[in-house]
Design a protein around this ligand. Structure first.
Ligand code: ASC
Length: 150
């Protein structure tokens, strides 16, 4: 099975598992901050590679988009476990902890949009990829507006 297919099949499972409890352990708050920032960095790197294609700055290549969308879908499941109690800091706003339900809803939205982008990427239909890319970008921005320090 190709990586993308495995990711597609397993993302829903990972989502279901990770909603119930945080499974990462961090020694210090800084470790959690570093972990979540690293995950966002890796995700943004793949997302922007798709963005270059969507914006017409790079030629469309199905495998390239499929690979990067799979990375986005997989990595999108990871940062949230590193926002546990006592890990305030970095660019995270305090609302993440004071209104955690809203933060969780925003993160779920992003992960579901990333699954849609991955499906579109595996299908190879550029119009669907463009739509799904825009939808993911909206969820990134929404969360940044509400929960990330400027
Ligand atoms: C990116 C990136 C984000 C989102 C966001 C969309 O490429 O790093 O955080 O897109 O800017 O509005």
């Amino acid at each position: 099975m190709k990586l993308q297919k495995i990711v597609l099949a397993s993302t829903a499972t990972v989502l279901a598992i990770s909603t119930g409890f945080a499974f990462a352990q961090f020694q210090k708050p800084e470790d959690a901050i570093k972990y979540r920032q690293s995950a966002f960095t890796v995700m943004a790197n793949s997302f922007s590679k798709i963005g270059a294609i969507v914006k017409g700055e790079a030629p469309y290549n199905k495998d390239e988009v499929a690979k990067n969308a799979a990375v986005v879908a997989m990595i999108s499941t990871l940062p949230w476990q590193a926002f546990g109690p006592g890990t305030e800091g970095g660019k995270a706003q305090s609302d993440i902890w004071s209104d955690n339900a809203k933060f969780k809803a925003a993160s779920d939205k992003m992960q579901l949009a990333a699954i849609d982008l991955n499906k579109a990427a595996q299908s190879g239909d550029l119009d669907s990829i463009k739509k799904a890319f825009g939808a993911v970008g909206t969820t990134c921005k929404g969360c940044h507006d509400d929960f990330r320090k400027k």
